[in-house]
Design a protein around this ligand. Structure first.
Ligand SMILES: C[S@@+](CC[C@H](N)C(=O)[O-])C[C@H]1O[C@@H](n2cnc3c(N)ncnc32)[C@H](O)[C@@H]1O
Length: 224
């Protein structure tokens, strides 16, 4: 069995961010790159996760807006935050066709422009792997959530397989350069718990995507 718990590298060395030109290109190829994974399961998982979203919702790192079509009627306001201009452009184009309750906000997850305890649901799909400072982002999420509010997430995380985790560590740098700053070896669920969230999550497979981004952790975190 390879299901061995490995020690997560909680302290990450500071890194140079990807160039603006690369991030623009990444925004252009993002949907085609995820296309197979979306049709063989990820789209279904997004819908299942977001079925629990309600009230005033803030999504962090919305990218090109692959979640937007899946929000249920219980959502009364949808604030899609995204700091990268190339992603925001694609997100804004997708938006008018889908929802009149939604707005696009230029913001990093580490500094959310929303009042304390003003949000019912925060959504993060494949975003906490990319934020520069995940602890700060999680503290911001905790700050904006109302008591009883929830963080719904699907994140690819550091593998519990020692072999795969070593592979992720080895390829973390080239992957980060390619994938717009994404860290393939982050223990995001461990970080949520360390930041004081109660987490209910399960591992699922991201079919149609490279092994380096396995497994996905899917679940709900609440402020404890
Ligand atoms: C892998 S994409 C995920 C996009 C989308 N959430 C999805 O599920 O397809 C990661 C996104 O996080 C954004 N991002 C990068 N740094 C961020 C930060 N500090 N705060 C919030 N989002 C960030 C990127 O621009 C990108 O759109």
């Amino acid at each position: 069995m390879t299901d061995i718990v490995s020690t997560p590298p909680i302290v990450e060395a500071p890194v140079k961010p990807p160039s603006a030109a690369w991030l623009r290109l990444f925004a252009l190829v993002y949907d085609p790159f995820l296309w197979l994974g979306e049709i063989v399961g990820m789209r279904r998982r997004r819908r299942a996760l977001l079925a629990d979203a309600y009230g005033r919702v803030v999504e962090i790192g919305s990218g090109t807006g692959l979640n937007v079509a899946h929000y249920p009627e219980a959502v009364t306001e949808l604030l899609l935050t995204e700091p990268e201009p190339g992603m925001r452009k694609k997100l804004s184009r997708r938006l008018p066709r889908i929802s009149c309750l939604a707005g696009v906000v230029d913001a990093q997850a580490e500094q959310l422009p929303f009042a304390d305890e003003s949000v019912d649901t925060v959504v993060s799909t494949l975003a906490l792997c990319t934020v520069n400072d995940p602890e700060r982002a999680l503290r911001e999420i905790a700050r904006v959530l109302r008591p009883g509010g929830q963080l719904l997430f699907i994140e690819h995380v550091r593998s519990r397989s020692r072999l795969l985790a070593a592979f992720q560590d080895r390829l973390a740098d080239p992957w980060r350069h390619f994938a717009g700053g994404c860290r393939c070896n982050r223990d995001t669920v461990g970080r949520m718990r360390a930041c004081g969230f109660s987490v209910a999550a399960r591992d699922v497979v991201w079919h149609g995507m490279p092994t380096i981004v396995h497994p996905l952790a899917m679940g709900r975190a609440t402020r404890s």
